[in-house]
Write a protein that binds this ligand. Structure first.
Ligand code: PLP
Length: 456
C-alpha cells in the first residue's frame, strides 16, 4: 500500500490545498504565499522540496540543539522501539528509561538542589505542571491562600490556559479569554524599551526591583504562590536582562517566601552559553520547566524539575496534599526518554553550552554590523539566541507595523540567500542548533545583510 503522501511530488505541497491549520498563523492562508516545505535535515542544514540546502537559523523551533539526523539519537530511539515503544508510569507502574532520565536530570541539576521530576510532552505542559505544583506546594506547606502568580511583560510561557494567562503578550489573550485570575504582570527587564526610558542597566534594575517590591507589598506576599519568568525572554524578542536583575529578584522573592519558577524551555541545556539560563545569572530556581532542547525535537518531551524545598514539602504534606493528582498519558514516554538520554549525552560530551557561548559571541558581534540598515533598531541576544528588532523610526524606536509583512519579506529574502530565519511580528529571531560553527554564524549574518539590503 503506497501512502498518499508518497505519491505526491514534494514540490506539490508548496501550493497544495491544505486541511491543516498552521499554528500561530492566519486561519485562511494567502493562496499566493508559498510554504517552505522542509523534507530532510542533516547537521545544521535542512533541505526544502526544491532541493535547496538551507542553513537552519531557527534550529527547528529553538529545539534541534544537537543538529538534524544524529545517528546516536536515532539509534537510541530505534533500540527503545524494538524493546518497548510505550508504557505508562502512573501509580505503581514504570519502565527503566523514565527512572534513568529522572536520575540523569537530578544529577545534572545538583547545583540547583534538584530533587524530583515530573514529565510531560511539551513546554506548555512543563509550565502548566510548574504552576499547578507551585500551588500544591503552598497547600502542603499550610498556606493555601498563596495562589497568585507574578510574571513579566513580553514573556511567553506556552499555550495552555495557565501558561497563556501568565504570558505577557496580549496577542495570545485576545481570542481565548477569560483567562486565569490572580496574575500580575510586571515590566520586562528590557533596556531597549522600558517605561522609564533608561538605558542604564543598573538604573533599570533599580526601577524593576522597586516595582516588584511595591506590587508584593500591595498584594500581600502571603497571597503570592510564585514568580515565573524566562532567564532570557525568547519569543518576546530575546530580551537579555541586566547582570544584577536575577540575583536581586531572587533576594526579594526569598524575603517574601515566594517561589521562583524558571521557564527554561528555550534556555535549558545550553542555548545561552550555560547549561541553564538561570545558572548563567547565578540564581537557583525552586522549579524549572524544560522541553525543546531536552530531546532536541527528535521526540516531544518535557520535564518539570522541583528542588528539595518544594519536593520535601509536597512529599510531607498533610492529607491529600502529598498526592500528585496531575500527569499525562505521556508523563514519562519511554521512547522520548531514550531520545533525551542520547541528546543529553551529546550536550555534555561535546560541551554544547560551551560551543553556544563561543560561537554565540561571534554571532552577536557580527550581528551588530546590521544596525546600519534602515529598519534595524537593535540586534541583541546571548549565546545562540538572538533577535533583530525592526523599527519604523530609529529615534523613537517605534516598531515597524507588524501587518506590513516586512519581517516576512526579510525572512523570504534570507531564504533565497540560503538561510532560514524566523519572522516574528516585528522581529527576526535566530536560534540555530548549538552545534553551529563560527563560519556558519558568519554565513547567517551575511545572508541577513543581503536580505536587509533588499528591503532598505
Ligand atoms: N516556554 C517558553 C519559554 C517557550 O519559548 C515555549 C515555546 O516556544 C513554551 C514555553 C511552550 O513550549 P511548547 O510550544 O513546546 O508547548
Amino acid at each position: 500500500l503506497t501512502p498518499d503522501s508518497a505519491i505526491r511530488a514534494a514540490g506539490d505541497y508548496k501550493t497544495a490545498t491544505k486541511n491543516f491549520w498552521h499554528p500561530m498563523s492566519p486561519s485562511k492562508q494567502d493562496p499566493s504565499q508559498e510554504t517552505l516545505i522542509v523534507v530532510s535535515g542533516e547537521g545544521n542544514y535542512v533541505t526544502d522540496a526544491d532541493g535547496n540546502r538551507l542553513l537552519d537559523g531557527v534550529g527547528g523551533l529553538w529545539n534541534v540543539n544537537v543538529g538534524h539526523n544524529r545517528a546516536e539519537v536515532k539509534d537510541a530511539i530505534k533500540a527503545q522501539l524494538d524493546q518497548l515503544a510505550y508504557y505508562q508510569s502512573f501509580d505503581g507502574v514504570a519502565h527503566p528509561r523514565v527512572y534513568d532520565l529522572a536520575d540523569r536530570l537530578v544529577g545534572m541539576l545538583a547545583q540547583e538542589d534538584a530533587h524530583r521530576v515530573l514529565f510531560g510532552s511539551n513546554g506548555s505542559d512543563a509550565v502548566e505542571t510548574a504552576l499547578k505544583l507551585s500551588r500544591q506546594y503552598w497547600i502542603a506547606a499550610g498556606e493555601p491562600g498563596r495562589v497568585r502568580f507574578l510574571s513579566l511583560r513580553n514573556s511567553y510561557h506556552g499555550m495552555h490556559i495557565g501558561g497563556t494567562s501568565v504570558g505577557g503578550n496580549a496577542v495570545y489573550h485576545y481570542n481565548h479569554g477569560p483567562l486565569l485570575p490572580g496574575v500580575e504582570l510586571l515590566d520586562s527587564p528590557f533596556l531597549y524599551r522600558n517605561p522609564w526610558n533608561t538605558e542604564d542597566p543598573a538604573e533599570l534594575t533599580d526601577h524593576l526591583i522597586r516595582q516588584l517590591e511595591e506590587r508584593i507589598e500591595f498584594l500581600g506576599g502571603q497571597t503570592i504562590a510564585a514568580f515565573i519568568a524566562e532567564p532570557v525572554q525568547g519569543a518576546g524578542g530575546v530580551i537579555v536582562p541586566p547582570e544584577d536583575y536575577w540575583p536581586r529578584v531572587r533576594e526579594v522573592l526569598d524575603r517574601h517566601g515566594i517561589l521562583m519558577i524558571s521557564d527554561e524551555v528555550v534556555t535549558g541545556f545550553g542555548r545561552t552559553g550555560n547549561m541553564l539560563g538561570s545558572r548563567g545569572w547565578g540564581v537557583k530556581p525552586d522549579i524549572m520547566a524544560f522541553a525543546k532542547g531536552i530531546s532536541a525535537g527528535y521526540i516531544p518531551l518535557a520535564a518539570t524539575v522541583f528542588n528539595r524545598r518544594v519536593a520535601d514539602a509536597i512529599e510531607n504534606g498533610p492529607g491529600f496534599s502529598n498526592v500528585i493528582m496531575h500527569g499525562y498519558t505521556y508523563s514519562g514516554h519511554p521512547t522520548a526518554a531514550a531520545a533525551a538520554l542520547a541528546v543529553l549525552d551529546i550536550v555534555e560530551r561535546d560541551d554544547l553550552p560551551g560551543n553556544a557561548g563561543l560561537v554565540g559571541a561571534v554571532l552577536q558581534d557580527e550581528l551588530q554590523a546590521l544596525e546600519s540598515h534602515r529598519y534595524v533598531g537593535e540586534t541583541r541576544g546571548k549565546g545562540l539566541m538572538a533577535a533583530i528588532d525592526l523599527v519604523a523610526d530609529k529615534g523613537t524606536r517605534e516598531s515597524v507595523d507588524p501587518s506590513s509583512g516586512i519581517a516576512h519579506r526579510i525572512a523570504a529574502a534570507a531564504r533565497e540567500e540560503g538561510v532560514v530565519v524566523r519572522p516574528a511580528g516585528t522581529k527576526i529571531i535566530l536560534s540555530p542548533p548549538l552545534t553551529l560553527e563560527a563560519d556558519e554564524a558568519r554565513e547567517m549574518v551575511r545572508a541577513l545583510d543581503a536580505a536587509l539590503s533588499r528591503v532598505d
